[in-house]
Design a protein around this ligand. Structure first.
Ligand code: XMP
Length: 323
């Protein structure tokens, strides 16, 4: 019978055969897929796997630390943290165009990963490293690969790495759907914090600040977002909601009154959605009392924010993220 238990065992065995006694690396994003793929490979080849987590400084409050800890504690895999906040923020200075932000973040990410890879291989003669990726079955179908191709070794240049740094891909999730991936992850001991995590975009809060991304603005958004997440969790809504971006309209100001003073602060937008696959989405009808608590707390606790709004646009026509 086909059970989650033997899916994991079978994949571990396959990975062991594929990689042999070579080394592999894996870029952890903090998301479910890369974490489960890494956990499988860690079981297969132990400390010959090194995971790389590029901390771009665009994560939510305490998120990087929590991801690192949860991943280390549950897998024991070797994890290399690249602290690259300064590089990313320098590269993003003055940039407001969404596509340009994405391009810059992608480029900086590859630079960091490439540097980490060189450090990991050190003086060893190995030319080909194995790259672990959390590709799921729907991704395979979408790109035309089809079923039954999981043993074909695809060579792949990671977004513009030089030709001689070629990786052979290891994709232990190629036959699985998201819910199976979550089940395998739990079975391998990954905590809910990772396994049940809602989707979060690779470029992080960089595409949730409308306007230039600065450290100061990131800190404001992190505070507002942390309050919103806390209240959603308290209300037991994490599983009902697909995700709820909190967006800072950093170049917009409006007049408000707080205490006995006039304020001239920024609005944030709550963007709660329900969805099956993120291709389409509906705006989520949050309970009024939850919206009220979030609004009251954000405007009381984050002094730069004096207005909280809710986005009631479905996708299409609006995308889930604002950029
Ligand atoms: P949109 O905004 O296109 O988002 O409706 C659909 C889903 O994808 C996520 N998203 C991204 N994920 N890199 C990612 O890894 C990105 O650049 C990116 N942009 C959007 C978004 O959070 C939603 O789940």
């Amino acid at each position: 019978t086909w059970t989650i238990g033997n899916i994991a065992e079978e994949q571990i065995e396959r990975v062991r055969e594929q990689i042999g006694d070579h080394r592999a690396i894996c870029a952890l994003s903090g998301g479910v897929d890369s974490a489960v793929a890494a956990a499988i490979v860690a079981k297969a080849i132990g400390d010959r796997l090194t995971c790389v987590y590029v901390d771009h400084g665009l994560m939510r409050k305490n998120e990087s630390v929590a991801i690192e800890k949860a991943f280390r504690d549950s897998t024991g895999a070797e994890l290399k943290i690249v602290d690259a906040e300064k590089e990313f923020l320098d590269a993003l200075a003055g940039v407001t165009d969404p596509e340009e932000k994405r391009k810059i973040i992608g480029r900086e990410f590859i630079r960091c990963f490439e540097r980490a890879e060189v450090e990991i291989l050190g003086d060893s003669d190995e030319k080909v490293a194995f790259l672990v990726q959390g590709t799921l079955y729907p991704d395979v179908v979408e790109s035309g690969g089809g079923a039954g191709t999981s043993n074909i070794k695809s060579h792949h240049n990671v977004g513009g790495l030089p030709e001689d740094l070629e990786f052979e891909l290891v994709e232990p999730l190629r036959e699985l759907f998201k819910d199976e991936v979550r089940a395998v992850g739990s079975q391998l001991g990954l905590p809910d914090e990772i396994v049940q995590r809602q989707p979060f975009p690779g470029p992080g809060l960089g595409i949730r600040i409308i306007g230039e991304v600065t450290k100061e603005r990131l800190d404001i958004l992190r505070e507002a977002d942390a309050i919103a997440r806390e209240e959603m969790t308290k209300a037991g809504l994490d599983r009902d909601i697909w995700q709820m971006p909190v967006v800072l309209l950093a170049d917009v100001r409006s007049v408000g009154v707080q205490g006995d003073g006039r304020t001239y602060g920024h609005p944030v937008v709550l963007r709660p959605v329900t969805s099956e696959d993120a291709m389409t989405a509906d705006w989520a009808r949050l309970p009024y009392d939850v919206m009220e608590r979030i609004s009251t707390r954000i405007t009381n606790e984050v002094s730069e924010i004096n207005r909280v709004t809710v986005d009631i646009t479905s996708k299409p026509p609006g995308t889930i993220e604002w950029e």
